[in-house]
Write a protein that binds this ligand. Structure first.
Ligand SMILES: *[C@@H]1O[C@H](CO)[C@@H](O)[C@H](O)[C@H]1NC(C)=O
Ligand SMILES: *[C@@H]1O[C@H](CO)[C@@H](O)[C@H](O)[C@H]1NC(C)=O
Length: 549
C-alpha cells in the first residue's frame, strides 16, 4: 500500500487513519470535521472489503457475458420475485409527491436555482453531472449543508441568488457516486476512500438530523448498481449509519437508478434488499443504453444503429420501462421516469417549439405508462413537464396503476430489434459529443450544454461505446463506408479540429482527443470514462505543506 508522501498530506486525525490530499481550509474543515472524519473511517473500514469483492464480481460477470452467456432472472431469488406479500416502505415525508424532479450539479448557483424551480424534488448530483475535483466535492457538500439550513444566499457581481421564502422548498435527494469510484483526496489508512461512502457519509453525518428536524430526511439516489448484492451493501451502510447517530432505522431512503442491463433482471430483489429504506426505482435511460452496449460489446447481435434511433419506444427500452413500473407499483414504491435533457433555444423560436413538443410527447408517454414522476435538467423545462403530469396525474402518484397486462421476459429485455442505420453523421456526432463532454469535464465541469441538450457523463459513455462497437464488429454506414479504426481516427481528428477552432484559449481538447482516441478503435475499452480521466483532475500530487490538526 503506497503511503502518501508526508509533505503532501494533511493528517486529519491524530492516529493518522484519515489523511486529506488537498487544501484543508476553513471551508473544508466545516464539512470535514474530526467527528465526520471518524465516521468516514468507520464506513470505509467496515464496507470497503465487500465493495471490492462486488466490483470483482462485475469483472467475473463480464467475462461470462464475453463468452456469450446471456443474463436471465436469477433462480436463487425466485421466491422473492414470486412472493406477493412483501412491500417497500411507504413514501417518506417530502417524498409522497415527486411528480417533477430537477437534476443538476451541486455548485452554489445551481443549488439555488434548482431549489427555486417549480419542482417537487431536486436531485443534487455528486455523480454524472459533476466532475469530481476536490473543490467540486467539498463545495458541493458545503452548498447543500447551507441550503438545508437556508443559509445559501450569495451575491455574484451585482446579482443576488436567494432562496425563495414564499413556499416549501423542493425535497433534496443527494446522488452519491457509484461503487466503482474512489475519492483519491481522502485516504483511510493510506488508501483512497470509496467515493460512494465519502459522498453519502458526509451528507448523512452533517445533515441527517437537521433534515429530519425540518420535516424531511436523508434521501439518496443510488446509481449504477449491477446486482441486488450491491443494494444489500447500501442497506448495510444505512443500518450502521442510522445506528451510529441514534436515528430510527428506515429514516434514510434510497431511490435506485436502474441504469444497467443486469440490474433490470434484479429489480424486485433490489427493492427487497432496501425494503424499509426503499423509495423506488428510476429509469436512467442514457446509462442504460451505455450498459447494454458495454456489457454485450463482444456480441455481434447487440450492435445498435445511430444513437438517434435508440428511442424509448424500441423493444428493449420499452420492455424495461414497463417492467420497472409494474414491479415498483406491485411493491408500493415510486417508479420514476427519465430525463428531459433539452434546454430552451432562445434565439430560434421554431427550433425551440420542436424541442419543447418532443419534451411534451416524452412526458406524455411516461405519465400514461404509469410513471409517478419525471426529470428535467433545466428550470425552464419544469412548467412544460409539470403541465403534462398535473393534467394526467391528479393524485400525488399513481402507484395504483398495476399494469397487470404487462408480461416481460428475458428475451424482451434483450430484444435488440432496433430499426435504423449507422451513418457517417452518427459517427461524427458521437465523436463530437464525446469530445465536447470530456473537454468540459477535464476543466471541472460535469454538466455540459451541447447542441441545446444538457449532457452528463452518460452521453459521452454512449458515444464512445457506440463507435467502439461499430469498429469492433465492422459496421457499414448507410453511405457504404466500413467503420474501421483508421476511419474513426480520421473523423475524430476532423471533429476535434472543428471544435478546437472555436474554443477559447486554455481548452482541453488535446487531452480529450488523447483519451478519446484510445476508446474508439475497437481495442481498449475502459469500464468508465470518468475513471479513465480521473487522474487528470486530481490534485493529489500538488505540493502542500503537512499540517496535523
Ligand atoms: C480496501 O479494500 C482493498 C481490497 O480488498 C484492501 O486491500 C484494503 O486493505 C481495504 N482498505 C480498507 C481500509 O479496508
Ligand atoms: C437493517 O435494519 C432493518 C430494520 O431494523 C432490519 O430489518 C434488517 O435486518 C437490518 N439488516 C441487517 C443486515 O442487519
Amino acid at each position: 500500500m503506497a503511503s502518501p508522501a508526508p509533505n503532501k498530506a494533511e493528517v486529519l486525525l491524530a492516529d493518522a487513519s484519515a489523511t486529506v490530499l488537498g487544501p484543508l481550509n476553513d471551508k473544508t474543515k466545516k464539512i470535514l470535521s474530526k467527528e465526520a472524519a471518524v465516521f468516514l473511517v468507520l464506513l470505509h473500514r467496515t464496507f470497503n472489503k465487500t465493495r471490492k469483492e462486488l466490483l470483482q464480481k462485475r469483472v467475473t460477470r463480464q467475462a461470462e457475458l464475453d463468452r456469450g452467456v446471456l443474463p436471465d432472472f436469477l433462480p436463487e431469488t425466485k421466491h422473492i420475485r414470486e412472493n406477493d406479500a412483501w412491500r417497500g416502505a411507504p413514501p417518506a415525508p417530502g417524498l409522497q409527491d415527486r411528480r417533477l424532479e430537477i437534476t443538476g450539479p451541486v455548485d452554489r448557483k445551481m443549488v439555488v436555482n434548482a431549489l427555486n424551480s417549480e419542482v417537487w424534488t431536486y436531485m443534487a448530483d455528486f455523480e454524472d453531472a459533476t466532475a469530481p475535483t476536490w473543490d467540486n466535492m467539498i463545495n458541493g457538500q458545503l452548498n447543500l449543508h447551507d441550503a438545508i439550513r437556508r443559509q445559501v444566499d450569495f451575491k455574484q457581481g451585482e446579482k443576488w441568488y436567494r432562496l425563495r421564502t414564499d413556499r416549501r422548498l423542493p425535497t433534496l435527494i443527494c446522488r452519491a457516486r457509484g461503487w466503482h469510484l474512489d475519492e483519491k483526496h481522502f485516504l483511510v489508512d493510506g488508501e483512497p476512500m470509496s467515493g460512494s461512502l465519502f459522498d453519502f457519509g458526509l451528507y448523512f453525518f452533517n445533515n441527517a438530523e437537521e433534515l429530519v428536524k425540518r420535516g424531511s430526511g436523508p434521501y439518496f439516489y443510488l446509481p449504477k448498481m449491477e446486482s441486488h448484492l450491491e443494494a444489500r451493501l447500501w442497506n448495510d451502510v444505512f443500518n450502521l449509519s442510522q445506528d451510529y447517530i441514534g436515528m430510527r432505522r428506515g429514516t434514510i431512503r434510497g431511490t435506485v437508478l436502474i441504469e444497467t442491463i443486469l440490474a433490470a433482471f434484479e429489480m424486485d430483489e433490489i427493492i427487497y434488499e432496501l425494503r424499509e429504506h426503499s423509495s423506488g426505482l428510476n429509469c436512467g435511460r442514457w446509462d442504460y443504453i451505455f450498459s447494454v452496449i458495454k456489457r454485450f460489446r463482444q456480441n455481434p447481435s447487440f450492435v445498435l444503429p445511430d444513437r438517434s434511433s435508440v428511442t424509448m419506444t424500441v423493444p428493449f427500452m420499452d420492455s424495461y420501462v414497463k417492467l420497472l413500473i409494474k414491479i415498483c407499483h406491485k411493491r408500493g414504491v415510486h417508479a420514476m421516469g427519465g430525463m428531459a435533457a433539452q434546454i430552451p433555444i432562445k434565439n430560434d423560436p421554431a427550433a425551440n417549439e420542436v424541442a419543447m413538443s418532443n419534451v411534451r410527447a416524452d412526458k406524455l408517454r411516461e405519465v400514461r405508462a404509469g410513471h409517478d414522476g419525471t426529470w428535467v435538467a433545466h428550470p425552464a423545462l419544469a412548467p412544460i413537464a409539470g403541465e403534462i403530469f398535473n393534467q394526467y396525474m391528479p393524485t400525488p402518484n399513481q402507484m395504483w396503476v398495476l399494469r397487470p397486462e404487462v408480461e416481460v421476459t428475458a428475451n424482451d429485455l434483450l430484444n435488440m430489434n432496433v430499426p435504423g442505420k449507422v451513418t457517417e453523421d452518427g459517427v461524427r456526432k458521437n465523436l463530437a459529443i464525446g469530445l465536447g463532454y470530456m473537454e468540459g469535464w477535464l476543466r471541472g465541469i460535469g454538466c455540459v450544454p451541447l447542441n441545446y441538450l444538457m449532457e452528463d457523463a452518460a452521453t459521452a459513455e454512449v458515444s464512445r461505446s457506440q463507435v467502439w462497437q461499430w469498429v469492433r464488429h465492422g459496421a457499414v454506414t448507410a453511405e457504404g463506408q466500413k467503420v474501421t479504426k483508421e476511419y474513426t481516427l480520421r473523423l475524430l481528428k476532423e471533429e476535434a479540429t472543428k471544435l478546437a477552432k472555436d474554443a477559447p484559449k486554455g481548452n482541453k481538447y488535446a487531452t480529450a482527443v488523447k483519451y478519446m482516441s484510445t476508446q474508439v478503435t475497437g481495442e481498449d475499452y475502459a469500464e468508465f470514462i470518468t475513471s479513465l480521466l480521473y487522474n487528470e483532475i486530481t490534485t493529489t500530487s500538488a505540493n502542500q505543506p503537512a499540517a496535523k490538526l
